[in-house]
Design a protein around this ligand. Structure first.
Ligand code: VGL
Ligand code: ZN
Length: 209
């Protein structure tokens, strides 16, 4: 690694996605040591941070008569309803304590618009508003991305799909990801969707041995 043109993107490694958190992902904490092993290998480390206002449209609590897991229309977009999570400035929205990120990490917050969710680190789900990540990568002449974090089937997948669509050479470090769905078919589907878009799926062992 250590090429100026490469970046590591750590997706949403936040307390609420870890065991005990508001939107706990099974074994989500296992991505932390993988991240800590990769961070020193990169000149450019970027994190995304799910960062919702309390009245966010993705929270079931903001839809009377609906429950977590329901799918509703928000505008013309299908929105899965989640428990309240990653509320701005809350402990749940903070990065995992054990994550060893340097103070020079670049942070891109997403999901800040109360009316629109944002799984991807690049754009909201309607592809209307950019987070600034694309401009940042362009300004820093970064063309190769390694992506890992939470969750494989949501924010990692959509970040990787947008990265490939924007013509970045994109790899997902799959051992550094965990999924919301515990179905192996759902995981396989997410992997195939990324591969079909040109994303390379790799395992840390292939690089570290
Ligand atoms: C995520 C659901 C809701 C994620 C964020 O980080 O994958 N999933 N908000
Ligand atoms: Zn969210």
């Amino acid at each position: 690694m250590k090429s100026k043109h490469e970046a590591l993107i750590l997706v949403d490694i936040q307390n609420d996605f870890l065991p005990g958190g508001a939107l706990a992902i099974t074994r989500g904490d296992e991505v932390i040591p993988v991240a800590n092993r990769w961070v020193p290998e990169f000149d450019n480390v970027i994190t995304t941070q799910d960062w919702h206002p309390p009245n966010h449209a993705s929270f079931a609590s903001n839809h009377r008569g609906h429950r977590i897991g329901d799918v509703v229309k928000v505008g013309d977009i299908d929105q899965v309803l989640w428990p309240d999570h990653c509320v701005q400035f809350s402990e749940g929205a903070a990065f995992a304590d054990a994550l060893e990120i340097r103070c020079d990490v670049a942070i891109f917050r997403k999901g800040t618009d109360p009316t629109m969710d944002s799984y991807s680190g690049f754009f909201d789900n309607g592809h209307k508003h950019a987070t600034g990540l694309h401009d940042y990568l362009h300004e820093h002449q970064i063309n190769r991305l390694f992506i890992m974090g939470l969750a494989t089937d949501y924010c990692v997948k959509y970040t990787a799909l947008d990265a490939a669509m924007l013509n970045f050479e994109t790899s997902v470090l799959i051992d550094g990801c965990r999924s919301v769905s515990q179905s192996s078919e759902d995981l396989q589907e997410a992997i195939e969707e990324m591969q079909a878009a040109g994303v390379e799926i790799i395992h840390s062992d292939e690089i570290f041995g």
